[in-house]
Design a protein around this ligand. Structure first.
Ligand SMILES: [Fe+2]
Ligand SMILES: [Fe+2]
Length: 257
């Protein structure tokens, strides 16, 4: 598949819940979860509430046509690409490193008195566990008996450098590793892997954004909570949203940190 046709494929995949549902890519949550999200989004667009909810995240428009084009692989890819089974194992190893690091870095932040950053690291650590479970299920399907890798030793830096290291890892995953794996899953016609990799790819970009935001505001403590989507690992900062922009799970299903 050429880059352009692949991009168009992915654009179609992420624009509009209806189109997505038929492909089973992004809106693969249960209908129970989609309906309230849609209803909330409609409410948010009503005349009476428009002014009060102008900043509320509307899952009908995110990701939109513009953001849906960002599925290219960086030019100097650092990813070793194999079959989808190989790629699932590589992703699980990467996500295991990430979840382990973030849990350790949450403790570093807590000790240093950065409560809001500790909450973000714990939330993101749990987000990566969601990706691991989704990928593990598929890997086991392709290779019954496959076991998860052991967690690695974790280097600990200062809080600010942990945030930058976290952001770098997330940017690598969203711009290199997952787009590379998405391409193979498309070529193999493995739609389950395509959905899992695509949702993870989209969530990682938000993780990077949260880490950079925390880095830029490191000396400004905030009481804003972080909210984790239990379906895809998307993280939202603050109350101001109605549903997951990636999988449309409603805010009420999110876990607060
Ligand atoms: Fe992540
Ligand atoms: Fe989600």
């Amino acid at each position: 598949m050429s880059d352009i046709s692949r991009r168009n494929f992915m654009k179609n995949a992420v624009v509009g819940a209806a189109a997505v549902t038929s492909l089973g890519l992004l809106a693969g949550c249960s209908p129970k979860q989609e309906e309230p999200a849609q209803a909330n989004a409609d409410t948010a667009m009503g005349d009476d509430t428009m002014s009060a909810t102008a900043n509320v995240l509307d899952p009908k428009t995110m990701p939109d046509a513009a953001t849906a084009s960002n599925f290219n692989v960086v030019e100097e890819s650092a990813t070793t690409v194999g079959t989808t089974l190989d790629n699932l194992k590589t992703a699980i190893t990467g996500e295991t490193g990430a979840t382990t690091k973030y849990a350790a870095w949450a403790k570093v932040a807590e000790k240093a008195g950065y409560d809001h950053i500790a909450r973000l690291f714990n939330c993101t650590s749990d987000a990566e566990k969601i990706h691991i479970e989704l990928e593990y299920k598929l890997a086991q399907k392709l290779e019954p008996g496959y076991q998860k890798p052991e967690p690695p030793e974790v280097p600990e830096h200062t809080v600010d450098l942990n945030l930058i290291a976290g952001a770098n890892g997330e940017i690598y995953e969203t711009s290199d590793m997952y787009p590379s794996f998405i391409k193979v899953a498309q070529e193999e016609g493995n739609n389950e892997a395509l959905q899992v990799f695509t949702r993870a790819k989209l969530a990682e970009a938000y993780h990077a954004e949260r880490y950079l935001d925390a880095y830029n505001t490191i000396d400004t403590p905030t009481d804003d909570k972080y909210y984790l989507c239990p379906i895809c690992g998307y993280i939202h900062k603050g109350e101001n949203f109605t549903a997951c922009p990636i999988c449309l799970a409603p805010k009420s299903s999110f876990t607060e940190y």
